[in-house]
Write a protein that binds this ligand. Structure first.
Ligand SMILES: Nc1ncnc2c1ncn2[C@@H]1O[C@H](COP(=O)(O)OP(=O)(O)O)[C@@H](O)[C@H]1O
Ligand SMILES: Nc1ccn([C@@H]2O[C@H](COP(=O)(O)OP(=O)(O)O)[C@@H](O)[C@H]2O)c(=O)n1
Length: 208
């Protein structure tokens, strides 16, 4: 029996490494508008959107053995161990014939980042970073109305702390590699998408 990493590599070896995948990480604080803009990017640029949070929430609903652990972590605003999240991302990429993926809300800490790179061998094309004030993010999360257990003020504060302490350093890491494309995300949805388009159009034309 191999280790979890070996297993993940075998899974990767079976199909993910056969095609050259383009992966863009979509990062930013909770409520910065990642999901909203990913829907626009899918429509205009033919990417498949994979939200780490959505995959984790689907795993809870499916009654998986990890469900209770994931649910507790989300309620506390904590980051689920990368082993769990990476498996869900790998499976979703394998099940989809597309070769261009937006991975939204991942990597959220150094552990997520390093494990994804070593397990899948995938390096992101670039990192789309939605830069938004905490005041605006809080307002949006409290008005989101999707019935999410973590969109309450107590959990929101915890998520902001985790974002500052664990997620921002990942963005800084990619920035030091020249990979970050920063977007002013405080503006209205349409204006934010204009800025997003300016990032995607050149790389889209290159691959077209
Ligand atoms: N640019 C924007 N201006 C105002 N509200 C927005 C904007 N972008 C998204 N929203 C709203 O804010 C909430 C959070 O957006 P969402 O895309 O779910 O964020 P994230 O995926 O980063 O958590 C949603 O209710 C969404 O409709
Ligand atoms: N890579 C990730 C992404 C999300 N999550 C969990 O899922 C929660 C919701 O993440 P999300 O990306 O759906 O939502 P936002 O916090 O960005 O609004 C996070 O607060 C974490 O508890 C995680 O553990 N690991």
């Amino acid at each position: 029996m191999g280790t979890a990493v070996d297993t993940a590599k075998e899974v990767n070896g079976s199909s993910l490494s056969e095609k050259k995948l383009t992966v863009v990480f979509v990062l930013g604080g909770p409520g910065s508008g990642k999901g909203t803009q990913c829907a626009n990017i899918v429509e205009h640029f033919g990417y498949t959107h994979l939200s780490a949070g959505d995959l984790l929430r689907a795993e809870i609903k499916s009654g998986s053995e990890n469900g209770t652990m994931i649910q507790n972590m989300i309620k506390e605003g904590k980051i689920v161990p990368s082993e769990v999240t990476i498996k869900l991302l790998q499976r979703a990429m394998q099940e989809n014939a597309n070769d261009k993926f937006l991975i939204d809300g991942f990597p959220r800490n150094e552990e997520n980042r390093a494990a994804f790179e070593s397990v899948t061998g995938i390096v992101p094309e670039f990192v789309l970073f939605f830069d938004c004030s905490e005041e605006e993010m809080e307002k949006r999360l409290l008005g989101r109305n999707q019935g999410r257990e973590d969109d309450n003020i107590d959990t929101i504060r915890k998520r902001f702390n985790v974002y500052m302490e664990s997620s921002l350093p990942v963005i800084q890491y990619y920035d030091s590699k020249g990979k970050v494309r920063k977007i002013d995300a405080v503006k209205p949805v349409e204006e934010v998408f204009e800025a997003v388009k300016a990032v995607f159009i050149p790389s889209h034309e290159k691959t077209a």
